[in-house]
Design a protein around this ligand. Structure first.
Ligand code: ZN
Length: 491
């Protein structure tokens, strides 16, 4: 019976789609059509479990219809007669979730010239753009919206957004973050170095005019430059986040920052010998290394963040790689890497495995404290966002690492529905798009992923993505992954 319904639904997908309603995406080019699962625009997903992104428990046996790029209706599970131009998707044994909102999701790969097995590489650090592979990897994982959270090639990310929005290239919705607001440092070859506060204002105006919709401050910015950048961005209704070091969290809160990257790991407040506006650049300067969760310093910081409505972005996967003997990369993730990227990952993993036991124990303890602080932040009423920081570094791979982030939030002690909310609705709230995306709700955009299994009880089922909709367009994760096999690290 269900096999027949499925067969009929496949036939129903064959005729040309009905005329596009106003809300439909633009005409799709060949590169997008090549990775679609269905060309239809109307779907009914029957008898599916919904994990809706609000943090509420999963709901069993629902029918969900999609039309005109939107979630048209959600009702009780029922068998549905095949109808022309409507694809029936059997949702039994599957779970429907809102598309993930990746809040620290780059479009580049950090290459290390002449990298050797000892981890040495030669300067300068160049950062190739992954404008081809990254958007496909995000979409294959069901990440339908991303903030790029620091561009190394600002024009490339802006042009990529235009290509995606015009239906020429497959990829998620992009909140394009301008190139990094960075002070005096030659860390990445492509980074601009701000001269002073006036320069920071000019920089923000220039990139906002060019189309950037968010900003990110980086490790060597001064308080004066950060303050000027925040004022200039806010004057245009745009938000600023930061991967800070030279500026402490309390200083950034006072300057009006909107979000802080990497949880609490990069806060340098109270670090021994910390000079104003100078990044100490050593691990022991980390807030997480020095304070106890639940203690007065931690409690005061969390309270201040909540009072000032400053979000925090959890990027647990990029820190997990500092610990030896953690789970290896998903085999499918290994397959999308170039041979060189695979080697770089294996070199890093090999070196980590040789860490002395005390150092390994310390790395794990710090990671556990970070997880605890993130949980305490949410319990205190804070808005926690999720994004894995994929740069290839240590094997943090677009899409795969977005799933790993949710798994690590569950490891931190969040329930699966709460962890999924952090990776969906919370991001939508921060971006000001919660009326459109971030949860499975009638009327919202049909940005959805369908997975085999039940991530509400076993979070790793999130990896079993069978279908991804963005604006009601149904993408095939297997085709997307196949299209980038052996390419991540190259383009
Ligand atoms: Zn980053």
């Amino acid at each position: 019976m269900h096999a027949l319904a499925l067969a009929l639904s496949l036939l129903a997908a064959a005729p040309p789609a009905a005329p596009a309603p106003a809300a439909s995406p633009p005409a799709l080019g060949p590169a997008v059509k090549a990775v679609l699962r269905y060309e239809a625009t109307r779907f009914v997903i029957t008898h599916v479990r919904i994990l809706d992104g609000t943090g509420r428990p999963a709901v069993e046996d629902r029918n969900v219809s999609l039309e005109g790029g939107r979630i048209a209706a959600i009702g009780p599970g029922a068998d549905v007669a095949p109808a022309a131009a409507t694809v029936l998707v059997d949702g039994r044994g599957r779970t429907l979730l809102p598309g993930l909102v990746g809040m620290h999701d780059h479009m580049y790969y950090i290459a290390r010239p002449d990298l050797d097995a000892g981890g040495h590489s030669d300067p300068p650090l160049v950062v190739p753009q992954m404008s081809y592979s990254s958007p496909r990897l995000y979409l294959a994982a069901g990440v339908t919206t991303v903030r790029t959270t620091g561009s190394v090639e600002g024009y490339a990310d802006l042009n990529l957004r235009a290509l995606i929005d015009s239906g020429q290239v497959p990829g998620p919705h992009l909140d394009v973050t301008a190139p990094y607001l960075q002070g005096k440092s030659d860390l990445f070859m492509q980074m601009y170095q701000l001269r002073d506060a006036a320069d920071a204002r000019r920089f923000v105006a220039f990139w906002a005019d060019a189309g950037a919709t968010s900003f990110k401050a980086y490790m060597h910015i001064s308080r004066a430059e950060l303050g000027a950048a925040i004022q200039a961005a806010h004057a245009r209704g745009l938000k600023v986040t930061g991967h800070l070091c030279s500026v402490t969290y309390p200083e950034a809160i006072a300057l009006g920052i909107d979000d802080l990257e990497h949880g609490f790991m990069v806060d340098t407040q109270g670090a021994p010998g910390k000079q104003p506006d100078v990044c100490p650049m050593d691990q022991s300067s980390s807030f997480v290394e020095r304070v106890e969760p639940g203690g007065p310093e931690a409690t005061a910081l969390l309270r201040s963040l909540v009072e000032h409505h400053v979000a925090v972005t959890s990027t647990l996967p990029v820190f997990e790689h500092a610990i030896p003997n953690r789970p290896p990369l998903d085999a499918r993730a290994m397959e999308v890497l170039t041979a060189e990227a695979r080697t770089a990952y294996l070199y890093a993993r090999n070196l980590r495995a040789a860490l002395p036991p005390e150092a390994a124990a310390r790395a794990l303890a710090t990671f556990r404290k970070e997880q605890r602080l993130e949980r305490d932040f949410v319990e205190a009423g804070g808005l926690l966002l999720a994004g894995p920081d994929p740069t290839g570094n240590g094997g943090t791979i677009p899409g795969f690492a977005d799933h790993r982030e949710v798994e690590l939030l569950v490891e931190a002690g969040f329930t699966p529905p709460a962890a999924v909310r952090i990776a969906t609705l919370n991001g939508a709230i921060y971006l000001g798009r919660a009326r459109e995306i971030g949860s499975v709700e009638a009327g919202k955009a049909a940005d959805l992923l369908l997975v085999r299994g039940d991530p509400s009880t076993r979070i790793s089922d999130l990896r079993q993505v069978e279908l991804v909709w963005k604006d009601g367009v149904a993408y095939d994760p297997a085709r997307l992954l196949e299209s980038v096999r052996g390419r991540y690290g190259q383009y």
